[in-house]
Design a protein around this ligand. Structure first.
Ligand SMILES: NC(=O)C1=CN([C@@H]2O[C@H](COP(=O)(O)OP(=O)(O)OC[C@H]3O[C@@H](n4cnc5c(N)ncnc54)[C@H](OP(=O)(O)O)[C@@H]3O)[C@@H](O)[C@H]2O)C=CC1
Ligand SMILES: O=C(CO)COP(=O)(O)O
Length: 346
């Protein structure tokens, strides 16, 4: 049994705290909203982010970060990518011992183009950072917190740390954790699938069918793998849980905020209105900007990302974006991947 702090009292932080508490750990969940933390402590429910789920008594909520991390060696970082730096800066001020930081967020920072593990290494003083681990995979909070079978992957430069996190979370009833040493591939797959889920929501919203969604998922995975390989990922990771697995769950589930946001865009709603209505993070919007910038920087073809960027930020209509994708110059399906694999061999 270990004392573990979860930073972020949203859907995912709460659901992961639930798994850790089920596994017998002493879980301290930190959030910055008093009413959410009061709800967790007094009603054993996170009414805004996981309504209807009875949280274990052993899960305590805190609004003081200093109190939440007292005596803790492992911290789960579960806030949206946009809030990561702010939370790490607060953490750095109150941490007194080296921490293993397990991040579970799925995004890339626009402009710096950093993955989250890189942001953590940049923000935390080395004396306060033991290891960085990423936990990612096809896993909606709504299903995990109802103990429905789920599989995820734990990844770190230090495989011993990845295995420790595997042991902390693994639950024989409903939460199976694999390991993978490819941190780049795991983070890129998890972040970029949100772009494709937005696009899949858009085609559903436009009234297109399963053929369109299958095309987006398949060609979407091809462009994720193309960029990921250039960034140093193992291409095989994209056929795993954090690649195709997460792409499937996010593009096909009504739980997905990215899919739901895309669906509203496809039905003609404006981006601002969609984001205001969601009330939860839609990571794919900022990540589309970051991936667009990465594609330009590394000269990687990412037509779906580029089309979505135009819909989100250049006022191009969803229908026009689909038309432009369909009328692109004809090409060989495997051409780009064959080139990448050729380059990796040389
Ligand atoms: N939900 C899911 O099923 C899964 C989510 N993820 C990833 O987990 C990450 C977190 O998402 P999720 O929990 O779903 O998001 P939610 O929108 O459900 O919750 C986000 C939480 O973070 C809090 N927060 C935002 N900014 C700050 C800040 N500056 N300081 C402290 N707390 C802050 C929010 O507080 P407030 O109420 O004030 O906004 C809220 O409690 C994302 O990267 C997502 O992609 C990964 C796998 C599954
Ligand atoms: O990452 C997720 C499932 O694996 C959650 O996706 P959304 O953020 O689109 O809800």
């Amino acid at each position: 049994m270990e004392k573990i702090a979860v930073l972020g009292a949203g859907s995912w932080g709460t659901a992961l705290g639930f798994v850790l508490a089920d596994n017998g750990h002493d879980v301290r969940i930190w959030g910055h909203r008093q009413e959410i933390i009061d709800g967790i402590n007094e009603m054993h429910e996170n009414k805004k982010y996981l309504p209807g789920v009875e949280l274990p008594m052993t899960m305590r909520g805190y609004t003081s970060l200093e109190e939440a991390i007292l005596g803790v060696e492992t911290v789960i970082l579960a806030v949206p990518t946009k809030a990561i730096r702010e939370v790490l800066q607060s953490l750095g001020k109150v941490a007194t011992n080296p921490l293993t930081i397990v991040h579970v967020s799925k995004g890339i920072e626009p402009d710096t183009l950093l993955r989250i593990s890189e942001m953590i290494e940049q923000e935390m003083e080395p004396a306060k950072l033991q290891d960085v681990v990423v936990l990612s995979g096809p896993s909606h909070a709504e299903e995990v917190s109802r103990r429905q079978p789920t599989t995820v992957t734990s990844s770190s430069k230090n495989m011993k740390a990845a295995e420790k996190v595997q042991d902390l979370f693994n639950n024989h009833q409903y939460f199976r954790v694999y390991t993978n040493p490819d941190v780049i591939g795991v983070e890129i797959g998890g972040a970029l699938k949100n772009i494709i889920a937005l696009a899949a929501g858009i085609t559903d919203g436009l009234g297109y069918g399963d053929n369109a969604k299958a095309a987006l998922m398949t060609r979407g995975l091809a462009e994720i793998a193309r960029l990921g390989s250039v960034l140093g990922a193992n291409p095989l990771t994209f056929s795993g849980l954090t690649g195709i697995g997460d792409l499937i769950v996010t593009c096909t589930s009504v739980h997905s905020r990215n899919w739901r946001a895309g669906n509203m865009l496809g039905k003609g709603h404006k981006l601002e209105e969609v984001l205001d209505n969601m009330g939860m993070v839609v990571e794919g919007v900022r990540t589309t900007k970051a991936a667009y910038q990465l594609a330009e920087k590394y000269d990687v073809k990412m037509p779906i990302t580029q089309a979505l960027y135009d819909v989100l930020f250049n006022d191009v209509s969803a229908k026009a974006a689909v038309d432009s994708l369909m009328s692109r110059t004809k090409t060989h399906e495997m051409e780009d991947l064959a080139n990448i694999l050729g380059e990796r061999k040389n």
